[in-house]
Design a protein around this ligand. Structure first.
Ligand code: GDP
Ligand code: MG
Length: 163
């Protein structure tokens, strides 16, 4: 599938919330606990592209079960291969973590379109904290709040230009 968009990033940054926001349905489970999304979830958005939600890179660090972590890594790998555009989601409140850096390095190697999405920018006062994410080497971050719907129109426009 050429028009496929994948949500990638470490657990708990809000990938599933963003997935639901982009498809306008409550399809993916949003939970305040890392590792809740274990299966690859897929839906068609506006007859336009296929959107994939993943469990998140680095689940092996969060999960105790080795089996689950291996499956999760393979799933993310599959999603990245299948996608023409990757939404790399980070959490503005946490700042850059080691895991974000590992994911960024991995994504830079694929040479695919990557949109760096800084999530949880719920208020204007959170915006300046997003600046540091430029150092991940994936361009300017797009500021969104999946929870409140901030920046979603701009994100949709960015996806359109990369597809
Ligand atoms: P995932 O593991 O990356 O799929 O993350 P989830 O979508 O399950 O969200 C993890 C947690 O972050 C949940 O408690 C969400 O309610 C919360 N969350 C997601 N997006 C936002 C946001 O824009 N703002 C805030 N404040 N919380 C969010
Ligand atoms: Mg999830």
């Amino acid at each position: 599938p050429s028009r496929t968009v994948a949500l990638v990033g470490r657990p708990n940054v809000g990938k599933s919330r963003l997935f639901n926001r982009l498809c306008g349905k409550r399809m993916s489970i949003v939970h305040d606990m890392p590792g809740v999304t274990r299966d690859l979830i897929s839906t068609e958005v506006r007859d336009d592209y296929v959107l994939l939600d993943t469990g998140g890179i680095g689940m092996e660090i969060e999960m105790t079960s080795k089996k689950i972590s291996v499956a999760a890594e393979e799933q993310v790998e599959f999603a990245i291969q299948a996608a023409s555009v990757i939404l790399f989601v980070v959490d503005v409140r946490e700042g850059i973590t080691t895991l974000d850096e590992i994911v960024a390095q991995k994504l830079r190697r694929y040479g695919k379109h990557v949109i760096l999405v800084t999530n949880k920018v719920d208020l204007e006062e959170h915006e300046s904290a997003a600046d540091e994410f430029v150092s991940l080497g994936l361009g300017e971050p797009l500021l969104v709040s999946a929870e409140h719907g901030r920046g979603i129109t701009a994100l949709e426009a960015a996806i359109d230009t990369k597809l």
